[in-house]
Write a protein that binds this ligand. Structure first.
Ligand code: SAH
Length: 253
């Protein structure tokens, strides 16, 4: 009977700066019995988990295999069945490329009650700190969030690059460090203007944030030169020009 079970909060902790966590997540961190976390929320947030709280590092299992995702689901369900209140803490927003939807489905299947706690997604907050609004009246009325395989050995990305090359809005690409060159090449191949401004933002909203600005034709070479590492987000579109005007915002914490 689900009433006997504990409850799971499927939550996002925002892009990294602890000040960008919701008030609700901040409260839950202090209140729950168990926190199951990924590495993405970052040290500054994970440090806030009280000593008394059981901590489970889901990242330890995370290898992008279905099996390991199953294990994460299993442990969450198991803790809830023990009657515990569980905070499943993910980076950004739990339903934006975080497999939160899959975890929620598993909870429904298992009869465990849960609540989603939206977070500030890196898709908009990371460009914002880099001085890049993802929309601007003068340049675009559309924006799209994209993710692809991280595995450069795979031939197909499963994305319709032809359509994306024609898309007249801002492209925000997640998880693309290893795949950046191929993604840019695909867009160029289908005729996207090589001069389209592009930015790569590493560790956005964190004190060691780094922004690399270029164009669609040179951003992947710049990324290699500067040894860009995950987590990073790529923004492609005219809004990137605003970076020079609005400037970067650097967190101190
Ligand atoms: N649910 C998360 C995204 C999870 S996918 C969200 O809503 O933000 C993980 C990807 O998110 C990373 O590979 C990276 O592309 C992006 N990301 C998350 N936090 C980031 C940060 N602080 N700086 C740059 N990219 C970030």
């Amino acid at each position: 009977m689900s009433e006997k079970y504990g409850k799971v909060y499927l939550a996002g902790s925002g892009p990294g700066d602890p000040d960008l966590m919701t008030v609700k997540v901040r409260r839950l961190i202090d209140e729950v019995d168990v926190v199951v976390y990924d590495q993405l929320p970052g040290e500054a947030i994970l440090r806030l988990i009280p000593d008394k709280t059981e901590k489970i590092d889901a990242g330890k299992y995370a290898d992008n295999h279905t099996l390991t995702q199953d294990k994460i689901n299993e442990v969450i369900v198991e803790k809830a069945r023990e009657g515990k209140t569980v905070l499943r803490l993910k980076g950004g927003d739990p339903y934006v490329f975080g497999r939160g939807g899959e975890e929620a489905e598993e909870l429904v299947k298992a009869g465990v009650s849960f609540e989603v706690v939206p977070g500030i997604t890196s898709a908009v907050a990371v460009p914002a700190y880099a001085g890049i609004p993802v929309t601007h009246r003068d340049s675009n009325s559309m924006v799209t969030f994209i993710t692809g395989h991280e595995d450069p050995t795979k031939e197909e990305t499963g994305l319709n690059w032809q359509l994306l090359a024609q898309f007249d809005g801002t492209l925000v690409i997640f998880m693309g460090v290893k795949m950046l060159k191929r993604n840019c090449d695909e867009l160029l191949k289908y005729g996207k203007d090589p001069k389209t401004p592009a930015a790569l933002i590493e560790r956005g909203t964190r004190p060691d944030q780094r922004v690399t600005v270029g164009t669609l034709s040179n951003i992947s070479a710049l990324a290699e030169e500067r040894n860009v590492k995950a987590p990073a987000i790529t923004v492609i579109g005219d809004v990137v020009r605003l970076h020079d005007i609005l400037g970067e915002q650097i967190s101190k914490y």
